[in-house]
Design a protein around this ligand. Structure first.
Ligand code: ZN
Length: 367
C-alpha cells in the first residue's frame, strides 16, 4: 500500500514547527471529524490518516526517525505510529487537542473493562391510574424484576475461594490486535468477550454471570395533578450497579385511564350534560356528576344548546400546587320523549297566546 507523506497529509512544510503542525492537524481533524461526517468512510479514513501523521510528527524522536528513513522507520512495528483502531482511540490519545474543540470530545467515555465499577441502568416503568387518583394522589405498590451484583461472588462470577484468571488469548486486555496495513486493528477478544478474565470455577448461584435477578417491590407516592406522560424519578431503584457501582434510577411513567364522563384539558375537565328545555329557558339548578360524586350546577336563564357551563374549582389539582381547575359542562337541550297530559295542555295554551299554529294532539313525539 502506497503511503502518503506525513507532511503532505497535514499540508505543512518539511521544516514546519510544532505549533504549525498542531494547528494543521486540528484543522483537518475538525474537517473530517466523524461527528460532522456521520457514515462517511472517506472522511473517517482521512481522519485516521491525519491522526497517524500527527502522531509521528508531533513526537520529536519519531519525527527525526521519519525524516531520516521515511515510512520504513516504522515498518518493523507494522505501520507508522501506534495505529488507531477508531475515532474513540484517537480521542483518548489526543484528548488534549480535542477537549476544547468538540465540547469535551477528549473526555469521551473510554472503553471500560467489565471488572470496573459501573453504574446500573435506569429503568422505565409504566403505571396506569384513574382520573380519581389524579385528584387525590395515591400511594401505589409496584413490582418488577431487575438484576444486581451476585452477592455470593460479588459480581466476579467465580466460585467462592477462587478468582477469575487473566484470559490467555488476549493476556487480560480484552482485545486482540492484528496489523492491517497502516493500522493495527483491535477487536474484542473472542475467548473472554472483552472482559479480560475467564472464570474456571463458575459461582453456583449466578452460574458464573456475576449477576442475579431480584424482584423489587416499591411503594410509590404519586402526587395529585399528574398527567399522562408525567415521569417520576425514584433514585437508586433501577438496575443494580456493576462491581460496586451505583445503582441506576427508576423512572415511573404515568398513564391516566380515559374517564367515561370527562375529557381532560390541562387542569380542566369537559363533560356532556343534557338539560331540560324548561330549565334552559328559565334557568335553574341541576345535579351534575363530578369526578368523585355529585354537585349542583347553576344553569343560567336563556342557556343555549351547545353552551359550556362552568363549575368552578371542581376540576383537577395542579402539579404546581396552584388552584384546582374547573369542570365545563357542554350543554345540550333535552326534550321529553313523551308529553304528560298537563304539560301538553300548558304548551298548547302558550302556542295559542303566541298565535302559533301547532299540530293537533295524538301524534307521537320524535317518531
Ligand atoms: Zn455469583
Amino acid at each position: 500500500m502506497a503511503r502518503r507523506d506525513f507532511y503532505e497529509i497535514l499540508g505543512v512544510e518539511k521544516g514546519a514547527d510544532q505549533d504549525t503542525i498542531k494547528k494543521a492537524y486540528r484543522k483537518l481533524a475538525m474537517q473530517f471529524h466523524p461527528d460532522k461526517n456521520p457514515g462517511n468512510k472517506d472522511a473517517e479514513e482521512k481522519f485516521k490518516e491525519a491522526a497517524g501523521a500527527y502522531e509521528v510528527l508531533s513526537d520529536t524522536q519519531k519525527r527525526a526517525q521519519y525524516d531520516r528513513f521515511g515510512h520504513d522507520a516504522f515498518t518493523s512495528r507494522g505501520g507508522g505510529g501506534a495505529g488507531f483502531q477508531d475515532a474513540e482511540d484517537i480521542f483518548s490519545h489526543f484528548g488534549d487537542i480535542f477537549g476544547d474543540l468538540f465540547g469535551g470530545g477528549g473526555q469521551r467515555q473510554q472503553r471500560r473493562s467489565r471488572n470496573e465499577p459501573r453504574r446500573g441502568s435506569d429503568l422505565r416503568y409504566v403505571t396506569e391510574i384513574t382520573l380519581k387518583d389524579v385528584l387525590s394522589g395515591l400511594e401505589k405498590e409496584i413490582e418488577f424484576d431487575t438484576d444486581e451484583n451476585c452477592k455470593t461472588c460479588n459480581g466476579s462470577g467465580a466460585e467462592k475461594g477462587s478468582t477469575p484468571e487473566a484470559c490467555h488469548t488476549c493476556g487480560g486486555s480484552g482485545q486482540v490486535v492484528r496489523s492491517q496495513g497502516f493500522f493495527a486493528m483491535a477487536s474484542t477478544c473472542p475467548t473472554c468477550h472483552g472482559q479480560g478474565t475467564v472464570v474456571k470455577n463458575p459461582c453456583k448461584p449466578c452460574k458464573g454471570k456475576g449477576r442475579t435477578s431480584v424482584h423489587k417491590k416499591i411503594r410509590l407516592n404519586i402526587p395529585p395533578g399528574v398527567d399522562t406522560g408525567t415521569r417520576l424519578r425514584v433514585a437508586t431503584e433501577g438496575e443494580g450497579g456493576y462491581m460496586g457501582g451505583q445503582p441506576g434510577d427508576l423512572y415511573v411513567e404515568i398513564r391516566v385511564k380515559p374517564h367515561n364522563k370527562f375529557e381532560r384539558r390541562g387542569d380542566d375537565l369537559i363533560g356532556d350534560l343534557s338539560v331540560s328545555y324548561v330549565q334552559m329557558l328559565l334557568g335553574g339548578e341541576v345535579e351534575v356528576p363530578t369526578v368523585t360524586g355529585k354537585a349542583t350546577l347553576e344553569i343560567p336563564r336563556g342557556c343555549e344548546n351547545g353552551d359550556n357551563v362552568k363549575l368552578s374549582g371542581e376540576g383537577l389539582p395542579s402539579l404546581r400546587g396552584s388552584r384546582r381547575g374547573d369542570i365545563y359542562y357542554h350543554v345540550s337541550v333535552e326534550f321529553p320523549d313523551k308529553l304528560g297530559k298537563d304539560e301538553e295542555k300548558l304548551l298548547r295554551e302558550i302556542a295559542k297566546e303566541k298565535g302559533l299554529k301547532v299540530s293537533s294532539s295524538g301524534k307521537k313525539l320524535f317518531g
